[in-house]
Design a protein around this ligand. Structure first.
Ligand SMILES: [Zn+2]
Length: 407
């Protein structure tokens, strides 16, 4: 189940000010009702089991409105009655909880070497995870087959009862058209209309999200950023990117070009990057690059950083250098936007004892001390964050209204 209570924020344009006409007023009434319904559901998610009167007090709603909204949620099967609680001298109060038998959602993450998937219940609880490996340089057919395979296993566990699917994809996704405009790490999918391609193997409704933003969403819903309005999540894998969240919403300028911290130059003499530039953070410290260097130093043939068993005197300087260069890139980020929290996610953090002090050194050397002092640097505790964030996108349709109610 999801973590501690976070405050719901409601922004209703036009409400409280003079409205232009009756049609506008009616439209706003409908919007307010949808928002209040989402607020009730979200409050039940965080406080269950909870009485109607406690919900009304918490949300500042009158009892009649609350009763009507709760009845709507009960009749739709999103909520169920969950026993009674004696409160003072009055009659025992009936408690409400999410109906976890209600259809859940599937989240899928496409990475360069695998497809990962999670099945979440309506409350965000993870019921099942699945993975399928992809071969090197996998083509469209292999990727879509992997997506279909992982989805089928999760859908079967849910007896086919699902309310939506989210998919996280690395690269620049045009959120308007669904076209993957650029993906350094999945070139086979570049230029593809993802909604059409994924629609061949997945039923709708389908939500698509960029990988780093999906990981940030996972932190907002399930991880260390619950209740934190502004933060950055750094995604350290075969590709490196940043998901930025501002006022509880993903920062997403037109075209989707933001958070490309993997292509910040950290070593002018460094290796060529697949983007065409030299010395990018990703070229220096991507999982693939680090693995090449560690395997060469150790005379090993590990396939992933997850397999590296221990830090030796041969691998330590490689990891320390990686941490230092990451610290430099984070220093630029810190000086420019000074996020209150930076969350690091990736298998490099398995070696946090070695890597974190080196990151701190890079940060200290590169960032203004006053900026650095305002940033909390933490390591993600989530497994399968990409798939979890993709699932959160699908779940958001239940708990948010046009992005107006945000957890
Ligand atoms: Zn680059």
């Amino acid at each position: 189940m999801v973590g501690p209570v976070s405050e719901a924020v409601v922004v209703v344009p036009g409400i409280g000010r003079s409205v232009r006409g009756q049609a506008q007023a009616m439209a706003n009434q409908g919007l307010v009702k949808r928002i209040n319904r989402a607020r009730v559901l979200d409050a039940i998610r965080h406080q269950q089991p909870v009485s109607r009167s406690a919900l009304a007090d918490h949300l500042g709603l009158d009892r009649k409105s609350l009763t009507n909204l709760a009845q709507e949620l009960l009749s739709e099967g999103l909520v169920c009655e969950a026993g009674r609680r004696q409160s003072g001298r009055g009659r025992p109060q009936t408690l409400l909880a999410l109906d976890l038998s209600s259809p859940g959602v599937v989240g899928l993450a496409i990475d360069a070497d695998r497809i990962s998937g999670v099945l979440l219940d309506i409350g965000g609880g993870c019921r099942l995870t699945r993975r399928a490996a992809l071969g090197a340089q996998a083509g469209i057919a292999e990727i879509l087959a992997g997506v279909g395979e992982v989805y089928a296993a999760l859908a079967a566990a849910a007896a086919g009862r699902l309310r939506g699917v989210g998919v996280a994809v690395p690269g620049i996704v045009d959120m308007g058209t669904g076209v993957l405009q650029r993906s350094v790490n999945l070139p086979a999918l570049e230029g593809l209309d993802l909604r059409v391609a994924l629609g061949r193997v997945l039923p709708g409704p389908l939500e698509i999200e960029e990988s780093s933003r999906a990981k940030a969403l996972a932190e907002k819903w399930f991880g260390l950023a619950q209740g934190v309005p502004n933060f950055v999540c750094i995604d350290l894998g075969i590709g490196i990117g940043a998901g930025l969240v501002q006022d509880r919403r993903p920062y997403m300028p037109a075209g989707g070009y933001a958070g490309e911290i993997g292509h910040v130059m950290v070593d002018p003499q460094g290796p060529l990057c697949r983007c065409g530039h030299r010395g990018c953070l990703e070229a220096c410290i991507s999982e693939r690059r680090l693995l090449e260097r560690i395997n060469a130093a150790e005379g090993a043939a590990w396939a992933g950083l997850d397999e590296v068993s221990e830090v030796t005197p041969r691998s330590r300087p490689i990891l320390e250098e990686a941490g230092y260069r990451l610290g430099l890139a984070l220093a630029y980020l810190t000086n420019i936007i000074c996020p209150p929290m930076i969350i690091l996610n990736g298998s490099l953090l398995r070696f946090a004892d070695v890597v974190m002090p080196a990151i701190e050194r890079g940060l200290e050397e590169g960032a203004l001390a006053d900026c650095r002092a305002r940033v909390r640097l933490v390591v993600s505790t989530l497994a399968e964050a990409g798939a979890m964030g993709a699932a959160a996108r699908a779940l958001a349709d239940v708990y948010e209204v046009d992005g107006l109610v945000q957890v």
